[in-house]
Design a protein around this ligand. Sequence first.
Ligand code: HEM
Length: 402
Amino acid sequence: MADAADTTESPSYPMPRTCPYAVPDGYRELRERPALAKVRLPSGKLAWAASRYEDVRAMLGDNRFSSDLRHPGFPLLMDHQVPAPEFSTSLVGMDPPEHTLARRAVAGDFTPRSVDRLRPRIQEIVDEYVDRLLDGPRPADLVDAFANPVPLLVICELIGVPFEDREFFLRISFTVMNATTPEAGARGMAELMGYMDKLVTDKEREPTDDVIGRLAARRGEPGVPDHRDLVAMAFMLLMAGHETPANIIGLGVMLLLDRPDLLKTLRDDPSRWPAAVNELLRYFTIAEIANSRVALADVELGGARIAAGEGILGLTVAANRDPERFADPDVFDIDRVEQRHLAFGYGVHQCLGQHLVRIELETALATLFARIPDLRLVEPVEKLRFKEEHVNYGLHALPVTW
Ligand code: HEM
């Protein structure tokens, strides 16, 4: 059984991808080790890394592993990354039983039936941005002109940003997410949090028909956030729900333009889009670092003993290409028999937005390819710039023309 002293050959994490479609070579090596190993984080600290499908699922399903980002043993990539209180107190950073109540309070808004009501509005948003793309210059950057704004506007619907504030909201969200200096980031963040505070205050005075407005109207019920936590939740939904779908839209368009055979299959039979979206989620598994935990007790997992207080990463990118679980895991196959991947995590924190995001991705991709049939890449895939340095995998830009 491996233990804490077994640190001699700890590979560095994150590991770079050598090809846009391949997962880092080091993941295979980690997966094939007889027992769980440790990796070295950019902070210099070590953390356990689960990489086999069964191990990652077992870890994420085990409440002895905590999501408390403020715990001193939590495997943050960098020490200075100590998360803002606005983020750590909202769902993602909570453990049961506190998490159970808080999640129950909001879960009703994210069921397949609830989010299905947003379908017509999502279609309108997508159509508007396809119109803008068609009216704009060629070539265009699909990330900037389509993949980024569409999910942001869907979040606006969800948290109820009034129509007249949307341009401001889009601008300030981009400032925060793309700030090049800590000062610019802090300034943008203060402005964004100020806006969220006002948004929540307005909804408390006059509740509106959206996730935040409905919660504001239920103040005092078990698990329903107070003012400060409601501001935190609006911010968390923006953070959790914007970049991730944007990344999949960009990567999905790239892959499909690179695979005309697949695109033809989808055009001939649009009922295959849900399967294609599910496979895109597995294949790219863009949000791996979200599955980090810290052990609250000694736990035996994957042939190792994780001591209480040690950090552990759930490497879902590796798990979703585990040949023990998925036949020919490196092949993009929309007819795959085993479809239950871990791209949305697993266990109590499994992505709350997953039904919404599937609608969003299906609508965005199907509409884009139907309305711009001769869409094509301007550069070969090898020349594109990927977010290697970010925690979520995606494209910086995707030049396209038609
Ligand atoms: C392709 C898009 C997305 C991916 C790959 C993704 C992935 C994930 C993952 C892996 C987790 C689990 C984190 C953990 O175990 O600690 C998670 C949680 C979460 N996601 Fe997503 N997500 C996506 C889109 C969204 C969207 C659009 C929203 C909201 C509108 C959203 C809201 C959330 C929330 C609130 C949680 C926390 C749930 C909890 O802690 O109980 N996600 N997501």
